[in-house]
Design a protein around this ligand. Sequence first.
Ligand code: HEC
Ligand code: HEC
Length: 261
Amino acid sequence: MSMRWVLALLVLGLSTAPCAQDAGTVEEAATTEAAAAPAPPADDPPAVAGDPQRGQEKSAVCAACHGLDGNSADAINPKLAGQHELYIYRQLKQFKSGGRENAIMLGFASLLTHQDMRDIGAWYASQRVLPGVANDGKVREGEDLTWAELGRRLYQAGDAERQIPACMACHGPTGRGNPGSAYPALAGQHADYTRAKLTEFRDGMVWGEGTRGHPITENANAVMAGVAKYLSDEDIEALATYIEGLHRAERQPTTRALARN
Ligand code: HEC
Ligand code: HEC
């Protein structure tokens, strides 16, 4: 048997596995999905590094919600501009497999091959995120602390007493994440989206199963459920608005600035 066929069988085996467990809902899902999403070829070969130009063409259908360059106008749709190719690729696979549950994205991701996902990822990764403005209003009347400042402290230093780790440790001081690993860029993201995600993570949401065989992305999805466990609604609000205002020009925190917190 050729390697190509072995791979095809593997892909088929993986994609049919969840159906066997839950035959009841599959039929209903199949009828609604069949009309919207013609399945990509079963023999979906492994993808190579994405081509941003091809990705731009393939992302035309995504623009209505995510913006032509990945800077979405509507805060309920996350910005994808400046996001890492491999993160986008992995999330699209999660949507398609149903590991990350979202009815809209299930439909759109189902249409894509692995190569489409990487090409589209490469396109958005090549774009620049347009940051918003962090909320400089006071958290409580009569106190100086602003939402942005509270967010900055948590982001840069966490709160050891409450078992909240510094976001910066994984997402970087300017929120750029890390292209070589599982850590997404957060900088400039709509506060509404970040607030919604942090609340879901806090309430125990875990996406999919990570990427098998990859030491860093293994169970990466479970990381945020642990990180967000002790966040209060106030913490989440502060982090979400701070992150929306984060951009490259943000002053890098010094050791002294961190020690002051
Ligand atoms: C009808 C609107 C809509 C369209 C069209 C759409 N999306 Fe989305 N997309 C969303 C929403 C809403 C979410 C947030 C889902 C959630 O909350 O988990 C999302 C989330 C995503 C994410 C995860 C982002 C993150 O930071 O984790 C990626 C990647 C993505 N979409 C890619 C695409 C691609 C690629 C296309 C086109 C093939 C597309 N989307 C088309 C609405 C849309
Ligand atoms: C130990 C590393 C680590 C720390 C610390 C961490 N994160 Fe994360 N974060 C991750 C990983 C990994 C993912 C991607 C999860 C996935 O792919 O399923 C993620 C995803 C996210 C997302 C979803 C991004 C998107 O586009 O949907 C948000 C929002 C987020 N983190 C915010 C935070 C905040 C705020 C903090 C600090 C309170 C924080 N993270 C601390 C590793 C970390």
